[in-house]
Design a protein around this ligand. Structure first.
Ligand code: ADP
Ligand code: MG
Length: 404
């Protein structure tokens, strides 16, 4: 079965449509530092506005603890949404309380209202199904139908993602449909060579995806913090770099499995080693098997892949027909350690085929380094969700929309 589409909801003019978006953007001192998710929500909202629906947008922001917390108010996000939609967007100062009820009742056809952060209500993320269903019931009071479009949360069994969709006629929005279209192309007969680039901070976050992808890819390129656990598995010393000692045996298993299957696990031959975790720290390039032979000795920190590795990775990426990239190659937030990520991102742009960037920090890295997003085949708005999809897991927020 495939996803139910917005069309399946029938004519929507004059009806109240609650749209579950993922407007969980990074904020610094109340200012949105990356509005990618706000912009990604536009196609669905515009389509509903053009149909003359009364559009009620719901989302979470950050991790407030089930109670109002001004730090996590969606108000600045509602303002930004008005700017990108180029239309007036009103805002309710609560989610299911008096202000929300009054503003929903006053909403005109083709108008947009954003309700306050879902997670100001304990029912949204409660482990208790009855509590989630009760909160979903309050949200459903505002809805003639529900459109689910928060791809970043479809792997979560939460009231607005899972229970609400069962209480009213519901369908997937255009963002979820587009994300699945691309992820499907990565799982169903990807064009070869199929190269996956993995980085980021921890191997333990990515075990499921490594395991699932190993039999399916032609090459797996390993950068980021996780590369040191791979180097350690090969018997190399890694100084004070990020190392998950308890994963060394698992990683040894992957290396053996890959060798048996004829899949290349490509590991760095050089890394950038720094004296400390700082943009001002002394740093130099070292061979991957001689990290402790820099002047920093055993206290050296590997914070990026080296230039030879970056060039080799870029060549593998450019030669591929399908590429999935998750996880920055180094600590790109600090300028001296962003080169590896920059080089790999540049290569992704040149891929003649499908190139997909998945992962919140990876997407942020691409934007922060000044790349034009449209140059990539696809930048997923959902890190965890896209990884779990690629792991072959069943995602509750998709199942509830008819996906199997
Ligand atoms: P994504 O959100 O794209 O899935 P992750 O959350 O797994 O990515 O990892 C992102 C983080 O990994 C970044 O903040 C980056 O600084 C960090 N990182 C990358 N390389 C290293 C490294 N060598 N040492 C420590 N942290 C690293
Ligand atoms: Mg992340």
């Amino acid at each position: 079965m495939t996803l139910r589409t917005i069309d399946s909801l029938g004519p929507l003019a004059g009806t109240r449509v609650v749209v579950r978006c993922d407007l969980n953007v990074p904020l610094k001192d109340g200012v949105i530092t990356d509005d990618g998710r706000v912009r990604a929500s536009v196609p669905t909202l515009t389509a509903l506005v053009e149909q003359g629906a009364k559009v009620i947008v719901i989302s979470h922001l950050g991790r407030p603890e089930g109670a109002p917390d001004p730090k996590y108010s969606l108000e600045p996000v509602a303002v930004r949404l008005g700017e990108v939609l180029d239309a007036p967007v009103s805002f309710a100062t609560d989610t299911v309380g008096e202000d929300a009820a009054a503003k929903v009742a006053a909403l005109g056809d083709g108008e947009v209202l954003v309700l306050e952060n879902l997670r100001f209500n304990p029912g949204e993320t409660s482990k208790n199904e009855a509590e989630r269903t009760a909160f979903a019931g309050q949200l459903a009071e505002f809805a003639d139908s529900v459109v689910s479009d928060g791809f970043g949360v479809v792997h979560r069994k939460q009231a607005s993602v899972y229970e609400l969709e069962q209480l009213r006629p519901s369908a997937a929005g255009l963002l979820i449909a587009a994300e699945l279209d691309v992820l499907d192309r990565l799982t169903e007969n990807p064009e070869r060579p199929y190269v996956v680039v993995l980085g980021g901070s921890k191997v333990s976050d990515k075990l499921g995806v490594i395991e699932h992808l190993l039999p399916r890819v032609d090459a797996l390129l390993i950068g980021g913090g996780m590369l040191f656990t791979f180097l350690a598995a090969q018997g190399h010393k890694v100084g004070s770099s990020l190392l998950e000692a308890d994963q060394i045996d698992t990683v040894k298993g992957y290396l053996a499995d890959a060798a048996e299957r004829g899949v290349d696990i490509v590991l760095p031959t050089d890394v950038v080693v720094a004296a400390s975790f700082s943009a001002e720290a002394d740093h130099q390039v070292a061979a991957a098997d001689a990290i402790e032979e820099t002047p920093f000795g055993a206290s050296g920190l590997g914070l990026d892949i080296g230039p030879d590795t970056a060039a080799a990775f870029a060549e593998r990426v450019r030669g591929a027909k399908t590429v999935f990239w998750n996880g920055p190659m180094g600590v790109f937030e600090l300028a001296p350690f962003a080169d590896g990520t920059r080089t790999v991102a540049s290569a992704l742009i040149e891929v003649e085929g499908l190139s997909v960037v998945g992962g919140g920090d990876s997407a942020a890295a691409v934007r922060q380094l000044g790349f034009d997003e449209s140059a990539f085949g696809h930048i997923s708005t959902g890190g965890g969700a896209s990884l779990e999809f690629l792991e072959g897991k069943k995602l509750p927020g998709l199942e509830v929309l008819g996906w199997q």
